[in-house]
Design a protein around this ligand. Sequence first.
Ligand code: XIL
Length: 358
Amino acid sequence: MKRYSILLVTLALVSSGCLKGQNDPVFPSPELTIPVDESVTLQASLPFKFGAAVNNGLLRSKAAYRNVVIKEFNSLTSENAMKFAQLHPSENTYTWSEADYFVDFAQQNGKRVHGHTLIWYKNPPTWVLNYQGDAAAWDKLLKDHIQTVVTRYKGKVASWDVVNEAVAENGTLRDCIWLQKLGPEYIEKSFIYAHQADPDALLFYNDYGHEYGPTKRTGIINLVNSLIQKGVPIHGIGLQMHTRYTQSNANLAAAISTAVATGLKVHIAELDIAMNPDNIQDLTYTAGLAEQQKAKYEFIVRTYNAIPKNQQFGITTWNVGDSDSWIRGEYNRPDWPLPFDDNYNRKAAYQGILDGVK
Ligand code: XIL
């Protein structure tokens, strides 16, 4: 009985956060790091751009994060600051401060800036969802948003994910406000409007799930090829590659080779490799798992390194250290998807990336 109540009190304290130190990571990763050779960095070791998605809050609050971003990567994507709802929260209001902070940080540190993302089904603000207007008014809304944003960062943002995740799991166009109001042409219009605003920017179609299998992949590739055939200004295809260590090498290779066959530039745009796809709440990240993750990172980098050089836009990981990853919050589970651990030590996965170009 006594033991039972101690257990209850302990559980209550743990769940309320009272037993956690303020800076303790929620899911500390064990000592699974590799020795640091200060002369080695990802950006200097790889023959193509190697980038990360970055989060302004972390850039401001965590010196270790900021330092590793500056040291390791030469291309940056903003994790959230350039999305529609963040930039354009009401019809006549644009809020630039966060996106400006990100672009200034990247420029001051000599990083290429990849813009993410102009049109995404998940991210329209409420005012857009409630907007009343005929087809011409919706067309103007789309055009105004895209051209206002692209014009502001003209000459600073090298490339844009113009449309994000337009294809559903069954390979057809995903239902969304833009499809409802403008029809399938919302996609080509978005590219045309972006190109008008900055003819020098490289324009990407970005999506996930190329490695899941042929159904979604074929839908995406058919969409991209139809844009190319119509003469729409599209220059690249982004494979998000939020993947998992259990994904087969055959599927990963097929994702990359089918994208290469479009002739466009290929960006592995949001790479992370989940280690707990079955959502096991008490999973431990063991040395064995770390080795499997390393092998998967190595395979992806090796496969990418073998594609034609003029199609290599680069590889971008979706954030930096394991504790920064969206995966833990999105799926509410412990996970360790990135090449750096919670404290920005290099993991075996980091070595896997380096080994992929040897
Ligand atoms: C995610 C961010 O990482 C989260 O912080 C945010 O809450 C939701 O969006 N595909 C994308 C990214 O294209 O924009 C998503 O980023 C992850 C999935």
